[in-house]
Design a protein around this ligand. Structure first.
Ligand code: ADP
Ligand code: ZN
Ligand code: ZN
Length: 738
């Protein structure tokens, strides 16, 4: 009889490609996925059991014993464990870091699982309704709470019963449980505590689905693990489709995982989901405290909450009854982690769907070429929403030739005229100016000198209300130079950023409300919500912003979208820059002409006849990007080829180069037929924060040779003697080659 497995192979949060063997004490029974505390070095650390074994390569006398198991049961189920093992292999990242990184930080630090309290829902009583009508509820807070519970119209989807968090989100108030209990004591509210096994019915939708939306909901085939692309033009009501899909899955007693790129930028979306399914949503995002995060995670793991709405890392939440994964705005690069464990949550969501045999819905108006290709070749199912429920059309894009109409501070005469008309008609103008690189720089017109960061390959930028010049890459700041250090001439400010555009607009339209949306303007908490509320309440107004203003917002008053400058993005050498710029234009254009009659999109460009610009008015998005897909096929680039980027980073240029060359040699030695190893070459930003970067690009039509070569080469370079501070990072399926 084989010996009982008394050895556990444990993943630890260390950057090492191996598991650690420990012996299991007599009184402990363990299973894979369980958390343990083990001695490590002179201290102890938290790990997760990956496998049990009866033998170990460690000599029996030297095997150390597990100290304790904080829980009696696994906290990661077998499928989730398998997903993380797959992810670590696929992205060539140490399993221990990937696995421990998937846990809430509190659990990684050894905290116990929290006890959960049942959720209370609040409903207005007839007395509350009377108090509101008679004016007895006089306080601002009282009125806000009662109104939210009374009139479905004060918020788009208000409901008869809401949990405290949803009420707080809908009213914009910090609501303590004590305050709600006080309202209940007055007889205005009543509390109910739903049984988590019998969740309350969802609040009803304001909408009847259109035929297209219904067909999309019906296209969902649960339990097959086949992904479904929901390709819907901007404003076609994808959210309503997600909500109805979720409703179906919840009704079957299953849970829903809803991934979104960023919670902070789209506050309405999470509020809408919470209001539809009160008390059932666990929100998981980076803005939570450790304790909040742990409770949300645990409520999902125990099945108390039936829906997880979260950003990328929420993908790893244990969900015992998972029935559906939704990835909204699947094209968004925020799903890709850009450091450490460089996974793409969209791609791992598809893997999780396969492993757990549940449906995965990928939604976008501008899907990535990879997803689109998979859908058109039949690997994914494909549902399309070609129209908007209100019958409005996403407007056509009109080009303004900047060679004919010279922009003054970014604005051409035809754009200014069109804005004038739009504002006069009582509608809003949205102006998109994306790149931070367009911010003002200090330049010498006499000799061409430009102020640059001493530590990076980057220009220093100038912001209104900041007397210093700033580097956007490393944060370096210095006093603005007045004269050119090379020739002594006075320096001029050149280039255009959102702040300068805002100033120019204020001169053109001194009495029109002007709102700016960019990372600087929304820095303080609540600033974005405030700005979005203001936009919703105003009629004529101008909104200037970065790509932030293209994110899923639904404003009925936008009559004109102006795109200030896209040429740099459209003609970039970076593989994805063109695709991303097209997506940005289409998403921005989609803000125009909702609800109100018609809308215009004006694009300022020096290349109005370029095929990509002309292609912007193709019948649909797949037709628009067809030429790009052909280019990718010819170049064997994704989706017709696979890429990996190996980045080597060190403190001086020569060391970096030398090691990059060694790494490239290892890769070439390991490369088989069909794999191309390009480089090393200096990264487009060669120097950032005093560190130098070289990169090697791997390209292959098949994934196999690429991964095999990386595995072999990694073994080789791990035995190389790297100087301190040298770092090698692998980026599989990179979203940017920069
Ligand atoms: P998308 O995410 O596809 O850009 P949204 O989900 O924001 O679109 O929906 C756009 C607008 O259409 C919203 O105001 C939404 O309330 C509305 N809407 C969605 N479905 C319907 C429907 N079936 N009937 C009427 N209006 C709808
Ligand atoms: Zn000069
Ligand atoms: Zn810098």
């Amino acid at each position: 009889m084989p010996a009982a497995p008394r050895i556990a192979c444990i993943a630890l949060d260390r950057p090492l490609d191996r598991l650690f063997d420990y012996s299991i004490p007599e009184d402990l029974t363990l299973a894979p996925g369980q958390r343990v505390r083990v001695p490590f070095g002179r201290g102890s650390t938290i790990g997760v059991v990956v496998e049990l074994a009866s033998t170990s390569e460690v000599a029996p006398g030297r095997l150390r014993a597990i100290q304790e198991a904080p829980e009696a049961e696994p906290i990661l189920g077998p499928r989730l464990l398998e997903l993380l093992q797959f992810g670590a292999r696929y992205y060539h990242h140490p399993l221990g870091e990937a696995l421990l990184g998937a846990l809430p930080p509190a659990l990684r630090h050894g905290d116990p699982l929290p006890a959960l309290t049942p959720e209370t829902l609040w409903r207005m009583t007839p007395a509350g309704s009377q108090a509101l009508a008679d004016g007895d509820a006089r306080g601002r807070r009282q009125q806000a709470v009662l109104r939210t519970l009374a009139h479905p119209n004060t918020t788009p989807h208000a409901s008869p019963a809401l949990d405290r968090a949803t009420l707080a989100a809908a009213t914009g108030l910090q609501l303590a449980p004590r305050e709600l209990r006080a309202f209940a004591e007055r007889g205005w509210l009543e509390a109910t505590t739903p049984d988590p096994k019998q969740p309350p019915p969802p609040n009803t939708s304001d909408h009847t689905l259109t035929a297209e939306q219904r067909a999309a909901v019906d296209a969902l085939t649960p339990d097959t693990g086949v992904p479904l692309l929901l390709e819907g033009v901007t404003g076609s009501g994808k959210t309503e489709v997600y909500l109805q899909m979720a409703e179906r899955v919840l009704a079957r007693g299953r849970q829903v995982l809803f991934l979104i790129p960023e919670i902070a930028l789209t506050p309405q979306l999470s509020a809408r989901i919470q209001q539809r399914f009160p008390g059932q949503v666990a929100l998981l995002h980076s803005g939570l405290s450790e304790g909040e995060r742990l409770r949300a995670w645990e409520s999902a793991r125990q099945g108390q909450r039936r829906i997880v709405v979260g950003t990328r890392s929420a993908l790893f939440t244990p969900l015992p009854d998972l029935g559906l994964i939704i990835v909204d705005e699947e094209h968004d690069s925020a799903f890709k982690q850009q450091d450490g464990f460089r996974y793409n949550a969209r791609d791992l969501a598809i893997k999780r769907g396969q492993l757990e045999q549940v449906a995965v819905v990928l939604g976008s108006a501008t899907p990535t070429l990879e997803t689109l290709h998979a859908a058109t070749t039949g690997r994914y199912a494909h549902a399309r929403l070609a129209t908007r429920p209100d019958g409005s059309q996403p407007p056509a894009v009109e080009a303004i030739d900047t060679r004919v109409h010279t922009p003054d501070e970014g604005l051409t005469a035809p754009l200014l005229d069109a804005m004038q008309q739009t504002l006069a008609a009582g509608h809003q103008c949205f102006l998109l100016l994306n790149r931070r690189g367009f911010a003002r720089v200090l330049a010498c017109d006499a000799c061409g000198w430009v102020a640059e960061c001493p530590d990076c390959d980057a220009r220093l930028t100038i912001h209104a209300h900041n007397p210093r010049a700033v580097c956007h890459l490393c944060g370096h700041q210095e006093p603005r130079p007045q004269r050119c250090p090379q020739c002594g001439e006075a320096l001029a400010q050149r280039g255009l950023g959102t702040q300068r555009l805002e100033q120019a607009l204020a001169r053109h339209y001194p009495t029109t409300p002007l709102i700016r949306l960019d990372r600087d303007s929304i820095r303080h908490k609540g600033a974005l919500e405030e700005a979005l509320d203001r936009i919703r309440q105003l009629d004529a107004a101008i909104v200037v912003g970065t790509q932030m203003l293209a994110k899923g917002h639904d404003f009925p008053q936008v009559g004109l979208v102006g795109v200030i400058d896209v040429d740099q993005g459209l003609f970039s050498v970076d593989l994805r820059a063109t695709e991303n710029t097209l997506q940005l234009i289409v998403q921005a254009a989609g803000r125009a002409g909702r609800g109100s009659g018609g809308g215009r999109v004006l694009l300022q460009t020096g290349h109005p006849d370029h095929p990509l610009i002309r292609g912007l008015n193709a019948a649909d998005y797949p037709a628009m990007v067809a030429p790009l897909l052909e280019e990718r096929a010819a170049a064997e680039m994704p989706p017709h080829g696979h890429l990996a980027l190996v980045r080597v980073e060190a403190g001086d240029a020569e060391t970096t180069r030398r090691h990059a060359e060694r790494v490239a040699t290892h890769l070439r030695n390991a490369a088989a037929e069909g794999l191309r190893v390009l480089g090393p070459a200096p990264a487009p930003r060669h120097r950032v924060n005093r560190r130098f970067r070289e990169q090697i690009l791997l390209q292959s039509t098949q994934r196999g040779p690429l991964h095999r070569a990386l595995t072999r080469a990694r073994h080789a370079w791990q035995t190389d003697d790297l100087p301190r501070g040298t770092r090698i990072a692998i980026d599989i399926d990179p979203v940017s080659l920069a």
